[in-house]
Design a protein around this ligand. Structure first.
Ligand SMILES: CC(C)(COP(=O)(O)OP(=O)(O)OC[C@H]1O[C@@H](n2cnc3c(N)ncnc32)[C@H](O)[C@@H]1OP(=O)(O)O)[C@@H](O)C(=O)NCCC(=O)NCCS
Length: 159
């Protein structure tokens, strides 16, 4: 599937299509970490990418209510056949543009230490990658943190 890609804000109605594919896209069970609430309450800041009317990618993220200078990306996923073409970069840029307009200067995300693809992607996107934080999400659930400062220049374009 390599037609024209269209990015748009997510709607709550996108959840069923997204949750149906995430385990396959990640190659392991991750759907429990993406509850419906992300599409019921953070659709306006989340994004969907479509190609010829089919789901090609998505980003679930929000502007932090507690930290008014921060935005947080919870999940980004791209259909396997669409990877390597800059789609996730486009989703990040769209989200970051919106976050900057809202006055956000820090973009945060996390991943598990074993998700080397996510770590490589965030490095390529200019994020600072932290050391794994022990028991970050409870006992035995270490996490790697990512942070990108966007108060100055726009996020890096593709190299
Ligand atoms: C990680 C993922 C979202 C990347 O999507 P993508 O559309 O292929 O990424 P892009 O084509 O936009 O790549 C953007 C940059 O990241 C780099 N990158 C992406 N995946 C990479 C990988 N696996 N290894 C090394 N670099 C990678 C690209 O080289 C590119 O850098 P460049 O422009 O400097 O060349 C996709 O592989 C995916 O959906 N994986 C499964 C879900 C997942 O793990 N999500 C992240 C955690 S929530």
């Amino acid at each position: 599937m390599r037609g024209r890609i269209r990015l748009r804000p997510a709607t709550s109605g996108d959840y069923d299509a997204v949750i149906a594919v995430v385990d396959a896209w990640w190659g392991r069970p991750v759907s429990a970490s993406l509850p419906r609430l992300f599409f019921d309450h953070f659709a306006a800041t989340s994004l969907v990418a479509e190609c010829d009317g089919e789901l090609a990618g998505f980003l679930a993220g929000f502007f932090s209510p507690d930290h008014v200078d921060e935005a947080y990306i919870h999940f980004v996923g791209v259909r396997p056949g669409q990877r390597g073409s800059g789609l996730a970069r486009g989703l990040y840029h769209r989200f970051i543009d919106g976050a900057r307009l809202d006055g956000r200067t820090m973009i945060r995300a996390i991943t598990s230490p074993g998700n080397t693809n996510s770590i490589a992607f965030h490095e390529a996107m200019g994020f600072e990658v932290g050391e794994p934080v022990r028991d970050y999400n409870g006992q035995g659930r270490d996490m790697v943190t990512f942070v990108l400062s966007v108060c100055g220049d726009p996020p890096p374009a593709s190299r």
